[in-house]
Structure formats: C-alpha cells, structure tokens
Design a protein around this ligand. Structure first.
Ligand SMILES: NC(=O)c1ccc[n+]([C@@H]2O[C@H](COP(=O)([O-])OP(=O)(O)OC[C@H]3O[C@@H](n4cnc5c(N)ncnc54)[C@H](O)[C@@H]3O)[C@@H](O)[C@H]2O)c1
Length: 370
C-alpha cells in the first residue's frame, strides 16, 4: 500500500493581501499565532489590520508586532475594521458569541481557537449562521492540519475499520513553553478550575481531548458510547468509548509529568499506526508516525512546516473558495461536526462521572452524535 508523502512547503505568493483581525491577545496568540503569521508573511501577502483585547497592554504588545489598530471590544473591531479572516483566541466561553457577531458583521473566514463552542446549542447556532452567511469555519485544533498524521490515518482507513484506538496525552504544565518563547507572565489570572468533578471532566474534554477529536472521528466515526470514565485530578481523565466495531481508550492529563507524551495508536485487522504528536506551542515540524502492515513497518517523517503554519495556510486557502448559498464548505462541516462530537463527548463523560459519584444510580451509556 503506498503512502502519501507530507506536502512540500507551499510558498505560492498570493495576488491580494489578506486582511486579518485578532480577538484575544493572550498566550495562545502571542506564543503560537503571532510568530506563525510573522513567518508566513514572508511568503503570503497578509496584514494583521486590527487586534482586540480588553487588556490594552496585551493588545498593544501585539499591535507593536504588526502595526495593527487596537480595540478593546470585538464589536468595535467588527464595526470599524474589515478583516477577511478573524482569529478568535479569547477565553473558551466567549468563542461562540464572538463568532456569531463576526458572521453577522460579514467576516467570511473564522479561525476559532478550540473549543469552537462549549454547548450543543452554540454549535447549532454557529452551523446555521455559517450556512446562512457562507462563512468558512476552522477550529484551532492544529493537529487536524498535520499532513503526516493525515497520511497515517488515511493509510489505516484504507485497510479496513479501526478496531482499537488509544490516545495518550500526558502534557507538562504550559508555563515553561510560554517562558521559553520569551513571553511576559499572563496579565490575567489563570481561571480557577471547577470544583465539581463533572464540570472539570467536561473542561478536560473541551480543552484537551478536543485536539484529538478530528482524528478520532476519522477513525471510528462520531457515534461513540462512553462505557467508563474517571477523573484524574489535577486535570485529566481516562475513558473507554465503544462503537459497534471499535474500542477507544483515552488517557489525558495535564500535570507535572517529566516528558510530554502525546500519541494516537490504532489498528485494523491488518494494519497498525502510531502517531506521535508534538506538544502545543511547538513551532517547528509536526507529528511523526509509524505504519505497520503486510509490507512491514515504515516511519513517516514529520512535515517541515509546523502544524500552526499549516493550519494558517489552510485557512488562507479557504479565503479564496466561495461557498454556494445555504451550504457549508467541507472543511466547515468537519469543524462543526468535530465540535458537536466534542461537546457531546464532554456531556457524556460528565454525566458518567456524576452518575458514578452519586450513590444508588447506575451509569447509563449514551450515544454521541457524529
Ligand atoms: N491551540 C492551542 O495550542 C492552544 C493553546 C493554548 C490556548 N488555546 C486556546 O486559546 C484561547 C485563549 O487561551 P490563552 O491561553 O491565550 O488564554 P489567556 O488567558 O492567556 O488569553 C486570553 C486573552 O483574551 C482576552 N479576553 C478576555 N475576554 C475577551 C473578549 N471578550 N474579547 C477579546 N479578548 C478577550 C484576555 O484579556 C486575554 O488577554 C482559549 O480558548 C484556549 O483554549 C489554544
């Protein structure tokens, strides 16, 4: 079976300059998106025309890099600037409302940091607004843009239905990555973690597991049932998910682990893959992967481009593709279905944890819609 090589670096120069707006100038923007855009600007005409953050100092630091106009409210930015692409990297709970405001203001291309939305109702609202306005939706799950991981997953899919999938995500605290990038300490207090087990379990899925949902859905579909789930404090969870043909084990934790470990391994009846993802904030290269089948075992080399750069190039390419009225682009369908799956999985796992921590109730597995 042949393997597709990771795509070569696309340095095609565009004719027109893409106007980009940024809402939320915290760590994710300064450590990942800003350096990525500064590098891409060498090959793609783009301009960060406006940045927004209620913290003017944070907005000012970002504006210094790009010479952008500064706003302290996203509604002002949407009224007075006309970005073609809007990055939404404000806190999770604000994503859906800002995305809806942006679509109503005529922005046709959104890159929304994960999670795209935090409730099923928000996902539905984003879907109908995107359909109505012809907006492209991309979620900031950068691993979904990694071409080496894509190749490995495509290889496995061609060999039959996945039988077993295991996701292990053990990440150390983010702060050393942030400090290594030379960023000042956060200007806002780190949000308190929810005290309730089920709320924390929900947050773990939306903020961490959501990164792996695109690949999980590609392998087993969205209709998974939670058979078991447990919380790993301070921030993590384990879960067993089933579909009629596959079992999935999830083990994610964000803790003081010595070495980052982020892998997805999966097997069909005849093939197996193991993908090793880079942790968040890594600005060079991407996943490596091992593929095993009847022909033996081969290593797929990581792409030269960082997953953040690939994600932004994919977003910029969407800017040139018009969506027919009342339809969604295939990329938007994927992002929205991934978000719906993440929210439903979060709800299921939260319900399971609530059920098991409440005496006299039997946990009831439910179905996650794809
Ligand atoms: N894809 C990744 O690798 C990755 C990594 C880290 C964080 N994230 C996501 O990025 C988002 C931001 O996370 P962060 O770590 O940068 O948090 P942060 O707290 O460092 O930054 C958030 C920023 O948003 C600003 N803000 C708050 N409300 C706002 C509003 N209504 N409009 C505009 N700005 C507002 C804050 O003042 C702050 O500067 C989160 O959704 C998070 O899940 C993604």
């Amino acid at each position: 079976m042949s393997l597709t090589a990771p795509s070569a670096i696309d340095t095609t120069r565009r004719g027109r300059t893409l106007r980009i707006g940024i809402v939320g100038c915290g760590v994710a923007t300064t450590v990942t998106h800003a350096p990525t855009l500064l590098r891409l600007r060498q090959h793609h005409p783009l301009e960060v025309v406006a940045v927004c953050d209620p913290d003017e100092r944070a907005a000012g630091r970002l504006s210094d890099l790009f010479g952008s106009a500064i706003f302290t409210s996203h509604t002002d930015l949407l009224t007075r600037a006309t970005p073609e692409i809007l990055l939404i990297a404000a806190p999770d709970a604000t994503h859906a409302a800002i995305a809806l405001d942006a679509m109503n203001a005529g922005v046709t291309n959104l890159l929304v940091e994960k999670p795209l939305a935090t409730t099923r109702r928000q996902v539905d609202a984003i879907e109908s607004a995107a359909r109505r306005t012809g907006t492209h939706i991309t979620a900031g799950t950068m691993l979904a843009h990694d071409r080496t991981a894509d190749s490995a997953i495509e290889h496995l899919r061609r060999s039959g239905p996945a039988r077993l999938v295991e996701v292990q995500c053990w990440l150390p605290d983010n702060e050393p990555f942030i400090a290594a990038a030379g960023q000042p300490p956060r200007t806002v207090a780190t949000p308190q973690l929810p005290a309730s087990d089920s709320a924390l379990a929900r947050l773990v899925v939306l903020s961490l597991v959501s990164h792996n949902i695109p690949h999980l859905r590609a392998l087993v579909g969205g209709n998974v049932r939670v058979q078991h789930a447990s919380l790993r404090r301070p921030f993590g969870s384990s879960a067993v998910l089933t579909t009629p043909t596959a079992v999935t084990h999830l083990d994610v934790r964000f803790d003081s682990v010595a070495e980052p470990l982020w892998t997805l391994s999966a097997r069909t009846d005849s093939s197996a893959i193991e993908i090793r993802y880079p942790p968040s904030y890594v600005q060079a290269g991407g996943a490596s992967a091992r593929v095993t089948d009847d022909d033996g075992t081969r290593e797929l080399t990581p792409p030269r481009k960082s997953t953040y750069a690939q994600m932004w190039e994919d977003v910029m390419n969407l800017a040139d593709a018009a969506v027919p009225p009342h339809q969604l682009s295939p990329a938007s369908v994927r992002a929205i279905d991934d978000a719906r799956c993440a929210v439903d999985l979060a709800d299921q796992i939260a319900a399971f944890i609530q059920d098991t921590s409440t005496p006299h109730r039997t946990p009831t597995p439910q179905t996650v819609a794809s």
